[in-house]
Write a protein that binds this ligand. Structure first.
Ligand SMILES: Cc1cc2nc3c(=O)[nH]c(=O)nc-3n(C[C@H](O)[C@H](O)[C@H](O)COP(=O)(O)O)c2cc1C
Length: 383
């Protein structure tokens, strides 16, 4: 895939600033915010950036290659697009835009259960390469229906999420009255008037909907009823009894996302899962929790031979990805970085964001004389 980017936005933080100007405040706050005082959100990035790498300038060097094998597929880069709910709120067709860019760049795209495109559409765009993230339904019948749809759509990997046992306390969403989908309060309507580009695009494409859930939700519900239905439909609290039958049912790779303790990692190994994503939901759930890089530091040495180790949370650049891989993650995911890209640049946002991350990661590998992704831990400066 051609590396193509807009030179006005060389950093993810430039995309974030542009996104903030381009989309209504309630949509930006939904994307950007964390829980409570946002301590965990801030720590995620800050503590990754405490990690330092050393260069070996005089070492013999033949070149750097960031291709990475994961679950039997060789990806062009060691990062993928994390599942994000209600993506169409930030920009119409965001899941489709990102899935296409991920496919073109040969990196994984993960579709959330509660986003605004369907398993089938995304599978078609990615020729059966997209992964699917399942929020655990309360009813077994719905669980089976969603899992069967993911299998029929040839999703190679199913992700179960364990870090939303209850809704996060998110002040920015409380202030903007954000329900899923958002209530049209006077304040929100005024914000929409201030963002004509977003408003026109949204008007043209129609209001964002939970497309995956459409067949199971009674027709004609008003916004409040829909919120209640969604709350009743899913139970975020996972346990052995809920995971074991899915392991039996799902023939592809099965991954647990939201692992932040050795105890949960141990359970994932015991239940025969194929991988874990060390994650704290991007600082949206437990403000008193550890940053993901700290959790990774504890989990990596004990589990690296037992299960595939992945991580998300806080990465906003190639150097952040390199630091995370040096700490023991074998693959990484990002949520906000890609959504800032699409909110800022629309259709071009997926390709742009992937391109700048690839360029930054390539540069850092060349700079420190690192030939392969799995060699990054050798460059770690231990404290
Ligand atoms: C707006 C938003 C919505 C999210 N929705 C979901 C979701 O539906 N399912 C899920 O597993 N994780 C969801 N996440 C968490 C991401 O998958 C990922 O763990 C997180 O964004 C990583 O942190 P980062 O944004 O700092 O990269 C969401 C994150 C954000 C920012």
């Amino acid at each position: 895939m051609e590396i193509e980017y807009n030179p006005k936005y060389p950093l993810v933080k430039d995309l974030r600033a542009k996104a903030k100007k381009r989309i209504p405040g309630f949509a930006f706050d939904y994307l950007d915010g964390g829980c409570n005082e946002e301590v965990n959100l801030i720590k995620n990035t800050a503590e990754i950036r405490d990690v330092e790498l050393k260069p070996f300038y005089l070492k013999k060097y033949i070149g750097s290659d960031m291709r990475t094998e994961l679950f039997g597929h060789v990806y062009d880069a060691p990062f993928g697009i994390a599942p994000v709910g209600l993506q169409g709120l930030m920009w119409p067709n965001s899941p489709e835009i990102l899935a296409k860019a991920a496919f073109d760049h040969n990196i994984p795209f993960v579709l959330s259960t509660v986003t605004t495109s369907s398993i089938e559409t995304i599978s078609e765009i990615t020729q059966g390469r997209a992964w699917f993230q399942l929020y655990h339904p309360t009813e077994d019948k719905l669980r089976d229906a969603l899992i069967n749809r993911a299998a029929e759509a040839q999703c190679p990997v199913l992700i179960l999420v364990c870090d939303v046992p209850t809704f996060g306390y998110r002040p920015r969403e409380i202030r903007s009255g954000l329900a899923m989908p958002p209530r049209m309060s006077l304040k929100n309507v005024l914000q929409i008037f201030g963002k004509p580009n977003w408003a026109l695009q949204t008007l043209y494409h129609g209001k964002p909907q939970f497309v995956n859930m459409k067949p199971y939700i009674p027709k004609g519900q008003n916004v409040r009823d829909l919120g209640r239905t969604m709350n009743k439909t899913f139970t975020g609290r996972l346990n052995e009894e809920k995971i074991a039958p899915i392991r039996d049912m799902w023939k592809g790779k099965l991954v647990l996302k939201g692992v932040a303790s050795e105890e949960d990692a141990e359970m994932a190994v015991r239940l025969g899962l194929d991988g874990i994503i060390v994650s704290n939901h991007g600082g949206r759930q437990l403000d008193a929790g550890q940053s993901t890089i700290k959790s990774m530091e504890a989990i990596a040495p004990k589990f690296k031979e037992k299960i595939k180790l992945m991580m998300d949370g806080g990465m906003r650049s190639g150097p952040d990805i390199a630091r995370t891989l040096a700490k023991g993650a074998e693959f990484t995911f990002m949520g906000r970085a890609f959504m800032y890209g699409v909110a800022a640049l629309g259709n071009a946002g997926g390709n742009h964001t992937i391109s700048i991350l690839k360029i930054q990661l390539q540069q850092i590998m060349e700079q420190i004389c690192c030939e392969k992704i799995e060699d990054l831990p050798r460059h770690l400066i231990s404290k």
